[in-house]
Design a binder for this molecule. Structure first.
Ligand code: ATP
Length: 267
């Protein structure tokens, strides 16, 4: 589990995060959502140690990352897998070399051991027989899966995904979401996903943090969202009439009534 306690972050005299406290749970897809400029990326960068907070604690299993020594941070870094926006594969390396990269960096395993592990994770993300291909030779969805294979190759306890669906069509996005969700449950990973994708929110949002202008505005599950009366959250998530209708239909499915309707008397 990762716990944030009273995190504050400013750049110069401009505060961009105000007193954020939150919990990110193991075995769950923890989503950070919010409009552009609300502070999601700064929060992610604080969580992985790329920024330091002005005050507050970032607790990994109770240990404050801010107070960790260089050695302790290096150890923690090995427990963190990252899926970057746009996959961030090395274009001059094959799929196999891309996925092997963290093993080269962080282990002293033999080539045979590393290759075995690479093949295991490629198999797990349904990318058998792509070892010798270059990123330019595979589709966007396959690149994401290579990115996921690279992120999980060290068997991390924590998985960070920055906009995992950016640039993907809706169907491929759902495949990627399902893969991330399945891996999270399978390995009990604390998965943190920065997303703009409302479909992901409704499909895999086990634990959602909604940011608004640097503040934690709302937290809850994808089920809670349906019943939320938070106006800022509602106008962000259910921005269109179509989405508002979808919300009402979901509420009907879950409760047997439309919003504002009295419950059925024949229940
Ligand atoms: N390195 C930086 N120096 C100064 N200001 C920054 C820096 N990084 C981010 N900010 C500011 O912090 C605020 C929050 O930015 P952030 O990138 O976290 O937003 P976001 O919610 O991730 O937006 P988007 O969805 O567009 O990626 C913005 O006003 C941004 O200009």
């Amino acid at each position: 589990m990762i716990k944030l306690q009273n995190i504050k972050k400013s750049f110069g005299d401009r505060t961009v995060l105000y007193d954020i406290s939150a919990e990110f749970l193991p075995g769950k897809c923890n989503l950070i959502i919010g409009s552009s400029g609300s502070g999601k990326t700064v929060l992610m960068k604080l969580l992985v140690g790329l920024f330091t907070p002005d005050s507050g604690q970032i607790l990994y299993h109770g240990d404050d990352m801010v107070q960790m020594s260089r050695e302790e941070r290096k150890e923690l870094r090995q427990q963190i897998g990252m899926l970057f926006q746009g996959s961030a594969l090395f274009d001059s390396m094959t799929v196999e070399q891309n996925v092997m990269f963290p093993l080269d960096m962080f282990t002293k395993d033999s080539y045979a051991t590393k290759l075995k592990r690479v093949n295991e994770v490629l198999d797990r993300v349904n990318l058998k027989d792509t070892n010798k291909k270059y990123p330019a030779e595979i589709s966007g969805g396959m690149k994401k899966r290579v990115g996921i294979a690279r992120a999980i190759v060290l068997n991390p306890q924590y998985l960070f995904c920055d906009e995992p669906n950016s640039g993907l069509d809706p169907q491929t996005s759902m495949v990627i979401d399902k893969l991330i969700k399945d891996l999270t449950v399978e390995f009990n990973t604390t998965t943190i996903i920065n997303t703009h994708d409302m479909n992901s929110v409704m499909e895999i949002g086990d634990n959602i943090l909604y940011m608004y202008q640097g503040y934690k505005q709302w937290t809850g599950t994808k089920e809670d969202i349906i019943f939320s009366t938070d106006e800022k959250l509602n106008s962000f998530i259910f921005a269109s009439e179509f989405l508002q209708d979808a919300k009402n239909m979901r509420m009907l499915e879950m409760t047997g009534k439309y919003p504002g309707q009295t419950p059925p008397t024949n229940a």
